[in-house]
Design a protein around this ligand. Sequence first.
Ligand code: HEC
Length: 182
Amino acid sequence: MIGGSTRTIRASRLMLAVALAVVVRPVPAICFPWSIDMYRGPEIQPYAKAPRVTPADTIPVHGGEPPMSLEQATIKMHNPLQPSPENLAKGKEQFTTYCAPCHGNSAQGNGPVAHILAKPPKNLVSGTSKDLPDGYIYGAIRDGVLSMPSYAEEMPAEQRWQVVMYIRSMQAEAAKAKVAGN
Ligand code: HEC
């Protein structure tokens, strides 16, 4: 019984020695200490290499609009929608939701948050946009203009044109009121 357990202990000591010999065998100096290899490895920083420049007129594979400067949009883009009460009503709805907080319900640049902006919102009924083509207002909504952010994410092309139509109708009303001497 005793002899048996001594043999077992010897056998397990032998196995331990073999295991240690395998694990702790001499390793080449370059591999050690492996625990800091990641730390010493070459660092790859995000944007260390400039991203590829997108070729002109590239659009996302799932569709999209070609990038266009505000100047280009002003010249090239024309309202494809026919004036109709529905389009005007939808334009008003979008304008009231997205534009009126800054530009005001009557688009005179006096919305409820206008006073906290570093740069005041423009008057859209008597300002520059009155004398410029539809594409200017469309481009301003799509890409933003100077300190005004883009609203492309909030409304698809059709709704932007409806907003353009609604702003035009407000401009026409304001012009009529002026002629009438109000
Ligand atoms: C967060 C406030 C804010 C919102 C919301 C906003 N705008 Fe503006 N908008 C501005 C400011 C500020 C300017 C003036 C930008 C500048 O000159 O730096 C401006 C300028 C413009 C201009 C150029 C006017 C000109 O005389 O040149 C147009 C057109 C315009 N906005 C239309 C819109 C429309 C349409 C919407 C709704 C989709 C809208 N804006 C929503 C702040 C806003």
